[in-house]
Write a protein that binds this ligand. Structure first.
Ligand code: GLN
Length: 480
């Protein structure tokens, strides 16, 4: 079968009778089996996917198929899909099955998407490498000795390796954008509240977003268009109308682009990524876009602000896992012991570290010194980021300080691990949308990602400009 990388191509093939949805599903099932070693999928819904495919084929024949007919999708193991296992890659949820379906997923199903299985990730979405998973790490398909990034590592690898056409991840501080950069695919974190969080297992509720991995902008835009919008099950979901993102994905005119001096000059940034970033900026200038450096002195505060606030929220969100209501329960003599043992045995090292950190920053004697201060900083970071958008359409910055690194390299040093999020947390702290697109390769051939950020609810502009950047890169590569 032809290797399809875009829904439009697939739908053309379906219309001409070149391929059927059943054949597509068989193809992906086969790929999943052949590339099992990547450890991307944790559950494959084989039988069900084939049955659904048959139904979609019938609807296509009758001419009443949904917008996503032919799209085969994988979902991160933190998204609920009724009667299917969901574990957040944690032992504490072993054996647990979803009791309802996430709104975002239901909307996709209503348009005839096929959910082929669930994908590996860091436990409760805490991590940057997918190594903190009860299923073991997922591997980068292009460099199997290297991490795929995290926490949505499995979701990135699944698209990278062609195990499904697109996938859903979640992005609280970079968990879609960072693995997208490591795995040479596109990853979108929408504006906070753009997609309902109903049915997403919470990590840090005021940061969590559902994000999208694809190989092209059009598929990404279509998936966002279908999932976004108000939801009676999530009062924080925005009431803002949802534009037809997929119908306007080409950029017109000249853009005003800012880049943050501090990000380019940061000592942690690898020279290859700095060089790539500078090239992109130069090319934009040559094309007549307005490109300027802007100072963002708060950069060094963004990471601590993120880690104080998210651990605080996590310590509260994860208190529900007590051995009584969900999944794993330890044997013990009395109730107190049962709680303690269940949580000590059920949670992994990183999750325990964050619950402890979060409990500490929320404790009566330190609350003002850490939590209150971090809340103030969050507002400051949000305001000064949005101030930039008064004069510029976009902020461009690297997605990650380095390209994909070897498995195990940062596992012993949590601080080094947290530094991998240096450039992604700003959009998360500010709540604004951001996309990571692949723009080049380093000297070892590892992919480099670049982020485009814009103001609240400017996804439409982001998609169009991301497409512009992608075509600019392609023309450049072709003329070399
Ligand atoms: N790596 C970041 C963290 O560990 C981001 C996680 C995420 O976005 N879910 O918190």
């Amino acid at each position: 079968m032809k290797a399809y990388t875009a829904l439009a191509e697939i739908q053309k093939g379906l219309a001409k009778g070149e391929v059927t949805v059943v054949q597509l599903v068989r193809h992906y099932l086969d790929q999943i089996e052949q590339k099992k070693d990547l450890n991307a999928f944790v559950h494959v819904f084989e039988q069900e996917a084939l049955e659904r495919a048959q139904e979609v084929d019938q609807r296509i024949a009758k001419g009443n198929a949904g917008k996503l007919a032919g799209m085969v999708l994988g979902i991160k193991d933190v998204l609920c899909y009724k009667d299917h296992p969901v574990q957040a890659a944690s032992k504490i949820l072993s054996g647990f099955e979803s009791q309802f379906t996430a709104t975002a997923i239901q909307r996709l199903i209503d348009e005839d998407v096929i959910i082929i299985g669930s994908l590996n990730c860091d436990e409760f979405a805490m991590g940057s490498t997918n190594e903190h998973s009860t299923y073991g790490p997922a591997k980068n398909a292009d460099f199997p000795d290297c991490v795929p990034g995290g926490s949505s590592g499995g979701s990135a690898v699944a698209v990278q390796a062609g195990l499904c056409l697109a996938s859903l991840g979640t992005d609280t501080g970079g968990s879609v954008r960072q693995p997208a950069a490591f795995c040479d695919v596109i990853g979108l974190k929408p504006t906070y509240s753009r997609i309902s969080r109903y049915g997403l297992i919470a990590y840090a509720s005021s940061f969590d977003t559902i994000g999208i991995f694809t190989k092209n902008i059009e598929d990404n835009a279509l998936l966002l268009e279908i999932m976004a919008g108000k939801d009676d099950f999530d009062s924080t979901a925005s009431q803002q109308p949802v534009p037809k993102y997929s119908q306007h994905t080409q950029w017109e005119g000249k853009a005003r682009v800012a880049y943050l001096k501090e990000t380019i000059e940061h000592e942690g940034l690898s020279p290859a990524i700095r060089a790539e970033m500078e090239q992109v900026l130069n090319r934009l200038r040559e094309e007549g876009h307005h490109v300027e450096p802007v100072s963002f002195p708060l950069l060094d505060y963004v990471l601590p602000t993120y880690y104080i606030l998210t651990t605080a929220e996590a310590s509260s969100n994860l208190s529900r896992f007590d051995g009584v209501r969900y999944g794993y329960r330890a044997e013990a003599q009395n109730l107190d012991q049962m709680y303690t043992q269940t949580r000590s045995e059920g949670f992994g090292e990183e999750v325990i570290r964050r619950i402890l950190l979060g409990t500490f920053v929320l404790s009566a004697s330190y609350y003002d010194a850490y939590y209150t201060k971090a809340q103030k900083l969050r507002r400051l970071i949000q305001d000064s980021t949005r101030e930039i958008f008064k004069q510029y359409d976009f902020i461009l910055l690297p997605t990650t300080p380095t390209t994909a690194f070897e498995l195990g390299k940062k596992l012993q040093s949590p601080i080094e691990m947290y530094l991998a999020d240096l450039y992604t947390v700003q959009a998360s702290v500010a709540g604004i949308p951001s996309i990571s697109i692949p723009v080049g390769k380093d000297e070892q051939g590892k992919s480099i990602g670049l982020q485009v950020m814009a103001d609240f609810f400017q996804e439409q502009k982001i998609f169009a400009f991301a497409n512009e950047l992608i075509s600019l890169q392609k023309t450049h590569v072709n003329t070399l």
